[in-house]
Design a protein around this ligand. Structure first.
Ligand SMILES: Cc1cc2nc3c(=O)[nH]c(=O)nc-3n(C[C@H](O)[C@H](O)[C@H](O)COP(=O)(O)OP(=O)(O)OC[C@H]3O[C@@H](n4cnc5c(N)ncnc54)[C@H](O)[C@@H]3O)c2cc1C
Length: 281
């Protein structure tokens, strides 16, 4: 199918993009890599009158790595970020996103705004306690707001971004020393969205005792589910039980809720074990 008619805007800089977004309001959609939006247009699941194509705004293609964490600009493609020396958890997750062709075009920030509960990157942002920077036209130039992941993802395919706003970057905080991470998932075919997935973050103290441990779950709730399992102090079987309790998976044509719950527990225990091994190495 072909998309419904729309007017294409190709702003050359951030200010121009925010001006167009302010003018078209709720009739506009941002076009980044188009890997989710174009199929949605073709299937007539979305019919915006205006597409605000940000692909010419080169300043949004930045990836900035600092000791505090990594900032990924709105035009940084999955493949670029994967190669950019970013923290291991981001790399581990990116390898599980779709296929290389899609990763060459799709953007990390686009994936976050799209807010698919089965997507890997929202869970990574949530488990790390990261944030998304939003921009909108203000009276005196662009106005910026940083929205923490805990408030950014509000429902399936729904983030807290408003029609006149552009997500300009995402910030993934660095982990303390002696931290390890892992991302495990099960999909029916390589490159498909996962039936369920888990990312784990474990930080150890100087005596290699567990100081902090968190799990982020994919595809088992309306938004990424983060479970703090620090209190289990390295008993990852007990942690897996806590994760099974915390999630609320649904049954669909691919898997039952019960299977997803069981699978998430198994993946949580394995991912926490792998992350602990990495933290101690
Ligand atoms: C066959 C296939 C398999 C896939 N498998 C996976 C998978 O396994 N895991 C996974 O996570 N994803 C998967 N995807 C989805 C895809 O990887 C991401 O959703 C996509 O890369 C999102 O980024 P994009 O730049 O292409 O966004 P677009 O398609 O351009 O936009 C997606 C949505 O976000 C909005 N948006 C994008 N950027 C901004 C911005 N800067 N500011 C405001 N709004 C914005 C758009 O308006 C739109 O609503 C798959 C896609 C396909 C086609």
């Amino acid at each position: 199918m072909k998309p419904p008619p729309f007017e294409h805007h190709a702003p050359a800089d951030l200010g121009e993009a925010l001006d167009v977004l302010a003018e078209v309001g709720s009739h506009g959609k941002v076009l980044a890599g188009g890997q989710s939006l174009i199929p949605m247009l073709n299937m007539r699941l979305a019919a915006p009158a205006h597409l605000v194509d940000i692909n010419r705004i080169e300043s949004l293609a930045v990836i900035e790595t600092r000791p505090e964490g990594v900032t990924v600009g709105a035009l940084a493609r999955h493949a670029q970020v994967e190669r950019a020396g970013v923290p291991p958890l981001l790399r581990q997750a990116l390898r599980l996103v779709a296929h290389p062709v899609i990763r060459n075009r799709g953007t990390v920030v686009g994936s976050l705004v799209h807010a698919d509960p089965a997507a890997e990157l929202p869970a990574v942002l949530a488990v790390l306690g990261g944030s998304v920077r939003l921009a909108r036209r203000g009276g005196d130039g662009p106005e910026f707001t940083d929205v923490p992941a805990s408030r950014f993802f509000v429902g399936p395919m729904e983030s807290s971004i408003e029609p006149r706003e552009l997500a300009v970057s995402a910030f993934f905080p660095a982990l303390p020393e002696r931290s390890g991470t892992a991302f495990l998932e099960v999909a029916r075919r390589h490159g498909d969205y996962a039936l369920a997935g888990v990312c784990a973050v474990v930080s150890l103290d100087e005596d290699l005792r567990v100081e902090a441990a968190r799990v982020g779950c994919v595809g088992v709730g309306p938004v990424p589910v983060v479970v703090d399992v620090t209190q289990t102090r390295g008993d990852w079987g007990a942690a897996a039980a806590a994760v099974r309790e915390a999630i609320d998976p649904e049954t669909d044509i691919h898997a039952s809720a019960g299977y997803r719950r069981h699978l998430t527990g198994v993946l949580a225990e394995r991912a926490l074990t792998d992350a602990t091994r990495e933290a101690a190495a």
